[in-house]
Design a protein. Sequence first.
Length: 116
Amino acid sequence: MGATLIEEFERPDFLARVVPMTGESELKQVLHRIDGLVIELKGVLRATFSANLIFGVRISAGSMEIRLDPNVLSTKLDVPRADIFEEGLVFEKPFQLRKRGVETKMVRGNPAGAHT
């Protein structure tokens, strides 16, 4: 899940979707904090850190909707909670379930050969 969050945080439109920026210095500070989140997500405690950022996950056929926790993100980015757009905290990723004997594995991404 950490890789999925890193991918989202590194998208060029992430900041514009989540936090409206008014000034250049404010933008630079929040971008720096997002870089810090990515570093934490790549760190030793990434599973715990990822779990703290996620408010919920909804799974449907071939799709996984992930909702980030606005309160945790507000604290991590040092941005007032009221300034965070909750609509920008929800993103969807394709995934598939693979079975092999009694083992089931959830794989994020499109099935082999599928194009979106």
